[in-house]
Design a protein around this ligand. Structure first.
Ligand code: IMP
Length: 224
């Protein structure tokens, strides 16, 4: 992967840190504050500097893809082409099997133009109640995150992460964003919305996708 001109040569942490100063910054292709914050946290751990999309006059493209992967690539490609820099995008959403994995790729759209997630949460609950009793086994849900890293030469890599759990109504907790107040990950009793900032970021679908991305980065750094 010779296009990664910033690839450090050594695998030790301090050397990575030093060499990361040579790293071209990556543009985070999102206007979603919650997501940008999480993406920055993850990339910071790899000593990768990011640039906010706000620095450029770029709108996110319409999400015309039919999968998380297609939409993720649409976003990172659009930003990379327009900035001539590597760009990272995340397409993510909540899938609820009992209602055919909805809202899925439409997770943001269910909240409407005003991004009112109480609206989207009510819609999910209503649709679920229409097709099932609300026993825990019927409230199974999972979050998906597909990260794409797109380079100005047209090459890209994709990393997917999932986290399983169940939905909780009424919503609980005011941390996080989007559907966090209704999602209880397996093995926990708190919703993502009740977890302290930093904790969710270690176990979320985004964390899983970032672990894969980081493994990939380390591999190219070490093999460079
Ligand atoms: P998009 O990837 O920009 O299409 O938006 C995905 C939508 O899924 C977000 O606006 C949130 O509503 C939801 N979503 C994705 N990840 C999370 C998360 O970690 N917590 C809560 N909601 C999320």
């Amino acid at each position: 992967m010779t296009h990664i001109v910033f690839a450090p040569i050594f695998k030790f942490e301090w050397q990575l840190k030093y060499l990361s100063n040579l790293i071209n910054k990556i543009v985070v292709a999102s206007h979603n504050e919650g997501k940008v914050r999480e993406i920055n946290t993850h990339l910071k751990k790899q000593h990768i500097k990011t640039i906010s999309l706000k620095k450029f006059n770029i709108n996110e493209p319409r999400e015309t893809g039919l999968t998380f992967k297609e939409n993720s690539i649409l976003k990172s490609r659009n930003t990379s082409i327009k900035t001539n820099l590597p760009a990272i995008a995340d397409d993510s959403g909540l899938c609820v099997p009992v209602i055919d994995n909805a809202p899925g790729i439409y997770s943001a759209r269910w909240a409407g133009k005003r991004k009112d997630f109480s609206l989207a949460i009510n819609k999910i609950e209503k649709k679920m109640r229409a097709v099932c009793d609300m026993r825990k086994k019927n409230r199974i849900a999972f979050f998906v995150c597909v990260l794409s890293l797109y380079f100005p030469d047209g090459t890209y890599k994709v990393f997917e992460g999932k986290v399983y759990g169940h939905l909780q109504f009424p919503p609980r907790g005011s941390n996080g964003f989007g559907y966090d107040p209704i999602f209880v990950p397996n093995g926990f009793v708190k919703t993502f919305g009740e977890m302290k900032y930093g904790f969710k970021e270690r176990i979320s679908h985004r964390a899983v996708a970032f672990q894969k991305l980081n493994r990939y980065l380390r591999k190219i750094w070490i093999n460079y």
